[in-house]
Design a protein around this ligand. Structure first.
Ligand SMILES: [Zn+2]
Length: 249
């Protein structure tokens, strides 16, 4: 299943008893759909590709702007104006030639989310607006695909994993409700310190690898909150909302 070159490439990962060759084979067979190739997407794509996820689909309609560069290190000045998804997919293939990376230069919305996300083993949502996050949540629930949700703003980041179709397990809307007009966290308005998305996107990649391969304590139904003003790290359980408009009943 894994070639000699792959066994060599992933040797330091395969040697981990909790991960092993079986974990590596699961990663190779996995397909992660990333919503957003921005501050969270750039490090997540980097580490998912390097770690050996077999297939990545990168969904982002945006183009690289100069004001992205302080926190989105897959892009350089030469990429300004180019579609983020295409540049990021090319970077993923360059990082690891064993990875298939496809770019989808489209805005994900409630009308196309199921089509764009169907077939993924896991969805990593690092997009920048609330309406798209709610559309991703609905699609993840309908398709029964684990949703790794990561968000940042200013000096704080959050990472959670939702499998709302499971008994007693929350969905994203159980935490935040389902009002698409609710103001979201937006880096353009709130600002963000450059290395923070690197931390949160990397953690999102690690928790995705964990969810796909199954070692240690899963993040399912839990929300990790990292505050880098005071350097505090907390984790709280997310309760399933018995009257959630999306996942209840
Ligand atoms: Zn719910």
């Amino acid at each position: 299943m894994l070639s000699d070159a792959e066994l060599d490439r992933y040797a330091r990962q395969i040697i981990l008893p909790a991960f092993g060759g079986a974990g590596q084979a699961k990663l190779k067979a996995a397909h992660v759909a990333l919503v957003g190739a921005g501050g969270i997407g750039c490090p997540a794509i980097t580490y998912l590709a390097a770690a050996g996820v077999g297939r990545l689909t990168i969904i982002d309609h945006d183009h690289v702007e100069r004001s992205n560069l302080h926190r989105q290190p897959l892009f350089t000045d030469a990429d300004i104006g180019a579609p983020k998804a295409k540049i990021a997919a090319a970077a993923a293939r360059r990082i690891n030639p064993h990875v298939e990376a496809a770019a989808v230069v489209r805005r994900l919305d409630a009308g196309n989310a199921v089509d764009l996300l169907a077939g993924a083993s896991l969805i990593l949502d690092g997009c920048d607006n609330f309406a798209a996050r709610l559309a991703v949540n609905r699609a993840a629930l309908a398709l029964r695909i684990p949703l790794l949700s990561a968000a940042i703003g200013a000096f704080e980041g959050q990472v959670a994993l939702y499998e709302g179709w499971r008994e007693g397990s929350p969905c994203y809307a159980c935490l935040v409700g389902d009002d698409p007009d609710r103001p979201g966290i937006n880096c353009a308005e709130q600002g963000v310190i450059g290395p923070l998305p690197g931390m949160i996107g990397t953690m999102a990649a690690l928790e995705s690898v964990r969810a796909l391969t199954g070692w240690g304590r899963p993040l399912t139904g839990r929300l990790a909150i990292i505050d880098m003003v005071e350097r505090r790290w907390r984790e709280v359980g997310v309760a399933k909302d018995a009257v959630c408009p999306i996942c209840a009943g």
